[in-house]
Design a protein around this ligand. Structure first.
Ligand SMILES: *Cc1c(COP(=O)(O)O)cnc(C)c1O
Length: 357
């Protein structure tokens, strides 16, 4: 159990008005969590302090070699007025897999979840309540040694910041257009693709710009070796329904193991819908599309939960799915997951976790 000191701000900021559009990641709450790591001493001084800028040496290792990891989850207000999280233990586990890959010290899972609960509790009045809105929670670790040598840092900060966020879809689920990238790749097996870390995003920006210029909202990555097999979307995993079966790329080491991906697989299986985790080639998709068997396509991720895909572009080919409409499985998954998160649907798996019990 962490002994977390709480220093409350003397100057609380005005909260956004209930009807103000929040967008994503632009507004921050009054407080943040901060804990230090020092080699030989371990994690120490867990505290909640007013949200403020950091003072770091310009030589801090995170700026030069990118030794950092991050997580993302959401807090919701239930109909009972209490704050809830969705499967935060999964974020704690994944954080440590990322830490392990990046030579960042482990954070005990129960401490990770306790820290999230504590800071959300302090700022719970910041959780927006309009439909589709939530408080986005961003835990992250940065390497802070002032040293230009290439080695794991001996000091770190673990921080958690909070950002009230708007509905991903302003007016219900809306299908997106996706660009299958055949030049740049995001990750290779043996690399850092399965870790949630800034470096993967730095590598992805160029294709994101290319996709936007081409009129598409997201990039779908192919495998880094043959550029033939589907991997994942920018910040989402990808699912297809082909000839009655749900298929998604297997976790091969280069794909981020999404929590929404896991949730989707468990729900599909629960509903008696077979799920195959395997390799899927672009050719298979093109053939399924031509045979009229590509029934649905959707992305899964914390931000959008379920993001139906209406259009996939690969070189000169455009695959239009369900005439650009929303499939029944996508809609059912979206309704079920958001229902569990808000407490309006039964939660047989115990995925919804109260911030204060
Ligand atoms: C975070 C992330 C996802 C989605 O993971 P969730 O846990 O479902 O939010 C997918 N791909 C990448 C690259 C990510 O960073």
């Amino acid at each position: 159990m962490l002994q977390i000191k709480v220093e409350r701000t003397a100057a609380p900021k005005p909260k956004p008005a209930p009807n103000e559009p929040l967008h994503f990641g632009k507004i921050f709450t009054d407080h943040m969590f901060l804990m230090n790591y020092t080699e030989g001493k371990g994690w120490h001084d867990p505290r909640i302090i007013p949200f403020s800028d950091l003072t770091l040496s310009p030589a801090a290792m995170v700026f030069h070699y990118g030794q950092e990891m991050f997580e993302g989850l959401k807090a919701y207000k239930g109909a009972d007025g209490k704050a809830y999280l969705f499967r935060p233990d999964m974020n704690a586990k994944r954080a440590n897999r990322s830490n392990d890959r990046l030579c960042i010290p482990q954070i005990p899972e129960e401490d990770f979840v306790q820290a999230i609960k504590a800071v959300v509790k302090v700022d719970e009045d910041w959780i927006p309540t309009a439909p589709g809105t939530s408080l986005y929670v961003r835990p992250f670790v940065i390497a802070t040694d002032p040293f230009l040598g290439v080695a794991p840092s001996q000091t770190y900060y673990f921080l958690i910041i909070l950002s009230p966020s708007g509905a991903y879809y302003e007016s219900g689920l809306a299908p997106v257009g996706i660009w299958i990238e055949d030049e740049y790749v995001r990750a290779v097996r043996g690399g850092i693709g399965y870790a949630k870390t800034g470096g993967n995003y730095a590598a992805s920006l160029i294709a994101q710009v290319k996709a936007h210029d081409g009129g598409f909202s997201q990039v779908l990555w192919l495998d880094g070796v043959e550029r033939k097999y589907i991997e994942e979307v920018g910040a989402m995993n990808i699912f297809f329904k082909i000839d009655g079966k749900v298929v998604t790329p297997a976790l091969s080491g280069s794909i981020l193991p999404g929590i929404t991906r896991d949730t989707t697989i468990r729900l599909c299986k629960e509903w008696g819908c077979p799920v195959e985790e395997r390799r899927i080639s672009v050719d298979e998709l093109l053939e399924a599309q031509k045979a009229g068997k590509l029934e649905e396509c959707f992305g899964t991720g914390t931000a959008a939960v379920i993001s139906p895909v209406g259009k996939l572009r690969y070189r000169d080919e455009i695959m239009t799915i369900r005439d650009g409409g929303i499939g029944p499985l996508s809609q059912r998954l979206y309704d079920t997951v958001t229902g569990i998160q808000l407490g309006t649907a039964p939660d047989p798996f115990g995925w919804r976790v109260a911030v204060e019990d």
